[in-house]
Design a protein around this ligand. Structure first.
Ligand code: UGA
Length: 467
């Protein structure tokens, strides 16, 4: 099929590459000329596993990049809108890019095409896109508007797209449903998974991925409700972790016990410093706002946000409890990205913690395996902030080492070596990466989230001196 994808951000770029991987002819459009030139030249703008490989496979073949929205829309049977829907000042989603895109493509709807919302949008956006197309002169028979939300996670985006838990297509006409079935056919019938070149995935889907057809409004709600529910799950376990601390037990034992119930499930029950990223904080707020605008007070979501914010403060309190005074203390920080496996620092709790520490007069040495460049560009030059070359460099001479992003490689660090590098053997782990006994045996005063504080089993070194 001939497909246009408008927007080359996370969702747009991954969708475009994956549609090409499914055998379609794809034009990915963006109005950022520099970005399009870089993509045309083979540069990979985001840190994402398998993206370089798939871009190299399809660029210039099934996948073209362009700044010409009109040309792309004219040539395509299906137009996916995957432009940004950032948070407006009042917390609602700013849909002006979606509207502008709908306005612009109207002129190209001279024969039947399906316009698909792929961006995360509030319920009823579908209706507004239709109205925009009609007001700008499109003839009703020449288009349908479909909602096809995307559920990929950063870091595993390609795998999530090609091996989805479900594909949701919200369409109010059979004609549009038939077009979308053709788009996803290789995943629906499982034929993609039998190709020798197929990207390997986490499970066998040769009998076909789960495909769900709903109304457009339900599909829009499924996206917001899914993200809000996952955020709620995280805030729930974070609230439970606070109770664990108060009664002196371990949240990991509790979450394992809760998650063993299949109705609850064990995933997204890791207590920590709260969720971040470009999706959960924005989508929880936008869902609250759209609920309010249709007459429902979804105050449960306000509690989700409040608990999330409180986790960062609770972490900072632990740092204070561990170090007594903060001014002038040297702090090593492991992690800057909003989660492991990505270079994305948008709404990262790690960044907000670093900023709080700097504001308290700490001297911070930070390291992240992927997000250093983005952090350097974003964080204003601060005389007390240094970017380290690796984990041990970040820990060197530190009064405390903080873990604020769940990179798996941090969990495998040589703890003896780490401790010897530091000035004080103090670790405050906002992601619960380490085992309590292991930390005690390695000689750390170890603070984590929702678990007892651990004191070293070994006698502390008496030769504490600056390394
Ligand atoms: C999230 C959803 O998981 C995707 O399904 C969705 O498509 C995407 O938003 C989106 O709407 O575009 P993502 O933002 O990439 O994906 O990241 P997640 O893996 O969901 O993590 C979000 C945050 O929650 C991170 O800061 C992570 O550290 C935190 N988290 C996650 C926890 O604190 N505890 C957990 O148990 C899991």
């Amino acid at each position: 099929m001939r497909i246009a994808v408008v927007g080359s951000g996370y969702v747009g770029l991954i969708a475009a590459v994956c549609f090409a991987e499914l055998g379609h002819a794809v034009i990915c459009v963006d109005n950022d000329t520099e970005k399009v030139a870089a993509l045309q030249a083979g540069q990979v703008p985001i840190f994402e596993e398998r993206l370089p490989e798939l871009l190299a496979r399809h660029r210039g073949e099934g996948l073209q990049f362009s700044t010409d929205l009109h040309l792309a829309a004219r040539q395509s049977e299906v137009i996916f809108i995957a432009v940004g829907t950032p948070q407006a000042a009042n917390g609602e989603a700013d849909l002006s890019y979606v509207e502008a895109c709908a306005r612009e493509i109207t002129a190209e709807l001279d024969e039947y095409k399906v316009v698909v919302e792929k961006s995360t949008v509030p319920v009823l956006t579908n209706q507004w896109i239709r109205r925009t197309l009609r007001f700008n002169g499109a003839i009703d028979e020449n288009y349908d508007v479909v909602s096809n939300p995307e559920f990929l996670r950063e870091g595993t985006a390609i795998e999530d797209f090609l091996y989805p838990d479900r594909i949701v297509v919200g369409a109010d006409s059979e004609r549009a449903r038939a077009v979308l079935r053709r788009v996803y056919q290789p995943l629906i019938d499982g034929s993609y998974y039998s190709l020798p070149s197929c990207v390997p995935g986490p499970r066998d889907l040769t009998s076909g991925a789960r495909y769900m057809e709903t109304s457009a409004r339900s599909a829009e709600l499924i996206k917001h409700a899914s993200n809000a529910f996952l955020a709620l799950k995280i805030s729930f376990i974070n609230a439970v972790s606070n109770i664990c601390e108060l009664v002196g037990t371990d949240v990991q034992e509790v979450s394992a016990g809760i998650g063993a119930d299949f109705r609850i499930g064990s995933r997204f029950l890791n207590a920590g410093i709260g969720y971040g990223g470009s999706c959960f904080p924005k989508d929880v707020r936008a869902f609250y706002k759209i609920a309010e605008s249709v007459g429902y007070d979804f105050d449960l979501l306000q509690a989700v946000e409040e608990i999330n914010e409180a986790q960062k403060l609770s972490f900072l309190k632990k740092v204070r409890a561990a170090l007594w005074t903060l001014k002038g203390k040297r702090i090593g920080v492991l992690g800057l990205a909003f989660k492991g496996g990505t270079d994305d620092i948008r709404e990262s709790p790690a960044i907000s913690i670093v900023q709080s520490l700097l504001a308290e007069g700490c001297i911070v040495s930070a390291y992240d395996p992927a997000a250093m460049e983005k952090a350097r560009q974003t964080m204003a030059d601060h005389e007390n902030l240094r970017f380290a070359c690796d984990e041990f460099d970040a820990a060197r001479g530190a009064h405390a080492l903080l873990v604020v992003t769940e990179w798996p490689q941090f969990a495998g660090l040589d703890l003896q070596r780490l401790r010897q590098t530091m000035l004080y053997p103090v670790m405050i782990d906002g992601r619960n990466l380490f085992d309590l006994n292991q930390m005690a045996s390695a000689g750390f005063h170890y603070y984590s989230m929702g678990r007892p504080v651990t004191e070293p089993k070994l006698a502390p070194r008496m030769d504490m001196e600056y390394k």
